[in-house]
Design a protein around this ligand. Structure first.
Ligand code: BGC
Length: 767
């Protein structure tokens, strides 16, 4: 698709209204605050193609599973984040004609997502079929300082007429998920009322009893005079208040709409309306302007810790800020019950549930840009699901251990394709790896003794039982698995899965040993509680020692799986471009038989366990696998970009970076209307910081090895590391590291250690 958004360092801007792109823009311009979020739907009625979507984090529905052929072990349901009450709705009728951009002539349309200050705005001029021309200016945000509050300012100015306007401000809870398996509505009515300027709708889910109250207040001013509502009504799951006023040519009518959205995840069912009222009244009293000022200040603080500046390339600058903005909108880490769905609040695909994406791709972003308790909460989330992961392993026939789900909302497996649900078990390794990553970055070893060890032991137990011993070769193998490359299913000995399993066992043994030395009392308590025997740990060591890894001696590469080389080996560049993307042009059968790789697989292992491989090994494997990789998962280019940086393949690194940075803005995969690729956005951040910045933490030390793409004048990124906040600016000539905190820090840059005092800048030459 031809890019249609304007380049700007801090905003996403669309000029001119194109109905065909509306659903894409609805995804891209989405707003959220970690607690709730919504697609960039219009406030006024729009009868064209649109996905109306307002989502509340953690509120989900167990939608009965739909599969062609049932397999024992499949989950009963897929938990879906619910599309919930539409609180933004305004129905505008002018002299009997409804304002609807699908039927009006629209000129001067401009939509802007202001990422710096955290709001969405839109201006346009609409000519209705009675000839009336009306100018509209709409601004809205969901507050990141009062997480339950959303606010709208909506201004109407008649250009060529005086006339009567009817404004209906409504709450509509009669919403259906676009991805409902059986077209079932998930919400039931509890209460709806409308009175004065206010209305309330409380709905509850038909299963699981999530209660959701949306309460709103609407104020209308014409030329400064307050207009009183003159009608109010309700029906099931719906409530409205209506205003009538006279529009005068050139005079502006302003609508303010405030909403408080609360659920029984946070409060008692029977207090919801009372709490929503209190929050709503506080917001009204604060007023739109002040709420907006608070919003801007809070976003300034977020940017202070997480901004990346790219000088000399506005398109790249916009791309990276777009990614950071969405990451910060999707997860704030304040609530350990929440996680990061692959589409965040921008769409419904993937059900809004948690995947291994969180541990493998998102965690590093939060580790380096926010307080460490935020990343810790992502680990606690999995700890809270440990019992369910143990049940999952039992359900699949294991006698012990934990298998975390491929997709989950509450810890239970939701995924239902056997070759992924039962076989893509490498996800368990990512959950163990995240514990390592967190401890390695933060130095918070106490986490192991508090919660981490329990998760590590149970995952290790799973691996112990999932491998099998092959006496004639005296090795342990793992058959019937799917690696991260979902274009090769049900293979034996996926190198990455074997490696991450064995690594988990190693790390668990290491953590147990360290706990025993440093905190014997805690160690004893865990041994007792987990009933961990020496027989088990001895077996783990034996598995580590005898794990089988497929390799090819001639090529000197790790093999993605047994017999990988028996496939017809060819490079993507040898394919006629008309075949790409394969997933839209080839049958699944043809894909599975081919050598083409969806996303990093062996290379995922070399990325995670980078510190355990030498550069030559990484190079040989990269040179072998990357040319076969089609990058048809949005999670793929970032890993390749990071490794390419490490190998000095600067063009490749930049090329891969571009594929990830503007994936949604330029709709590369032709699927942005389903929602944005939120989890891969964290991967983009990784490409800059771990790739171009060369950031690593080895033995408690922060390492940097920056290189700057030739197209950029300079780039800089922020990281928070062990009490210090650093701003690292890289130009073609030098690297300036500014310590923006009071705490001194040692940084190893190109293998040399430098000491940076608080509030000081040190410079070194770019290699
Ligand atoms: C990828 C998985 C990923 C999922 C959700 C799939 O296309 O292959 O690795 O977990 O998308 O992002």
């Amino acid at each position: 698709m031809k890019p249609y958004l304007k380049e700007h360092p801090w905003s996403i801007i669309e000029e001119g209204f194109d109905k065909d792109k509306h659903e894409i823009s609805e995804s891209i311009f989405s707003i959220g605050n970690g607690h709730m979020g919504q697609r960039a739907n219009f406030e006024e009625t729009y009868t064209g193609k649109s996905l109306q979507g307002s989502y509340m984090a953690g509120v989900y529905y167990p939608d009965k599973t739909r599969v062609g052929w049932w397999k024992n072990g499949y989950p009963e349901y897929f938990a879906k984040v619910l599309n919930a009450t539409n609180w933004i709705g305004l129905k505008i009728v002018i002299d009997g004609v409804e304002l609807d951009l699908n039927t009006a002539d629209v000129t001067a349309f401009r939509r802007e997502l202001n990422m710096k200050e955290g709001y969405l705005s839109r201006t346009f001029s609409a000519k209705l079929h009675n000839g009336h021309i009306i100018d509209v200016e709409a601004t809205r945000f969901v507050s990141i300082t009062s997480k339950e509050i959303g606010a709208i300012e909506y201004k109407l100015t008649p250009v060529n007429f005086d006339g009567e306007i009817e404004i209906t401000s409504y709450l509509d809870g009669d919403i259906i998920n676009s991805d409902a398996n059986y077209d079932e509505k998930f919400w039931a009515s509890v209460n709806e009322e409308a009175f004065g300027n206010e209305a309330v709708v409380t709905v509850k889910t038909k299963k699981l009893d999530f209660y959701y109250t949306s309460k709103k207040a609407t104020y209308v001013y014409t030329d400064g005079d307050a207009i009183k509502p003159d009608a109010a009504s309700t029906r099931e799951k719906y409530a409205e208040v209506v205003f009538h006023t006279t529009l005068k040519k050139g005079k502006t009518t302003v609508i303010y709409k405030y909403a408080a959205n609360v659920t029984n995840r946070d409060y008692q069912d029977d207090t919801l309306e009372q709490i929503a009222t209190k929050k709503l009244h506080d917001a009204v009293e604060t007023g739109f302007e002040t709420l907006m000022t608070d919003q801007k200040e809070a976003w300034a603080k977020k940017w202070q810790d997480s901004d990346i500046v790219i000088e000399g390339d506005v398109s790249a600058q916009q791309g990276i800020r777009f990614n950071i903005f969405h990451m910060n909108q999707t997860y704030t880490g304040e609530d350990a019950r929440l996680n990061i769905g692959p589409k965040g609040f921008t769409g419904e695909k993937y059900g809004g549930s948690t995947y291994w994406d969180t541990e493998a791709y998102c965690l590093p972003f939060y580790l380096a840009t926010a307080d460490q308790r935020i990343a810790r909460n992502l680990l606690v989330y999995r700890h809270n699901h440990l019992e369910k992961a143990k049940e999952n392993a039992k359900k699949l026939g294991f006698s012990k251990g934990a298998l975390y789900p491929m997709v989950t909302m509450n810890g239970e497996e939701c995924h239902n394709e056997w070759e992924i649900t039962f076989e893509e078990i490498h996800r368990n390794g990512a959950i163990a790896y995240a514990i390592y990553d967190y401890v390695n970055y933060t130095g918070d070893k106490a986490y192991i003794g508090e919660l981490g060890i329990e998760v590590l032991v149970e995952i290790s137990r799973f691996w112990e039982e999932r491998v099998h011993y092959v006496p004639r070769k005296d090795v342990y193998m793992m058959h019937g698995v799917t690696g991260p490359n979902e274009y090769d299913n049900n293979v034996n000995n996926n190198w990455y899965t074997n490696r991450i399993a064995s690594w988990t066992l190693e790390y668990t043994l290491e953590c147990l040993e360290e706990l025993k030395m440093t905190n014997p009392a805690t160690f004893d308590t865990w041994i007792e509680q987990l009933q961990l025997s020496e027989v088990e740990t001895t077996k783990w060591q034996e598995i580590i020692d005898k794990m089988y890894y497929p390799v090819d001696e001639d090529l000197d590469v790790f093999l993605q799986a047994d017999n990988f080389l028996d496939k017809e080996i060819m490079k993507v560049e040898e394919l006629d471009a008309k075949h790409l993307p394969l997933n839209q042009n080839w049958s699944w059968d043809r894909i599975l038989r081919s050598c083409f790789i969806k996303q990093a697989d062996v290379l995922q292992g070399l990325h995670f366990l980078n510190h355990t491989y030498d550069l030559e090994t990484i190079k040989r494997n990269f040179d072998f696998y990357e040319p076969m990789t089609v990058h048809e998962s949005s999670l793929s280019p970032c890993v390749h970009s990071i490794l390419a940086c490490q190998l000095g393949y600067q063009d490749k690194a930049y090329d891969m970076y571009l594929r990830t940075a503007r994936l949604d803005l330029d709709n590369y995969n032709n699927d942005t209307e389903d929602g944005c690729h939120i989890t891969s956005m964290a991967g983009t951040w990784m490409s800059v910081v771990q790739g171009f910045g060369g950031m690593k933490v080895i033995d408690q030390q922060l390492h940097l090895r920056p290189f700057i793409p030739g197209k950029w004048d300079a780039f800089s990124f922020k990281i928070v590391f062990r009490g210090a906040r650093l701003n690292i600016r890289v130009t073609q000539a030098q690297i300036d590291i500014t310590n923006e905190s009071h705490n001194d820090i040692d940084v190893i840059i190109f293998d040399e250690s430098i000491h940076i005092k608080g509030n000081e800048t040190m410079s070194v030459a770019t290699n």
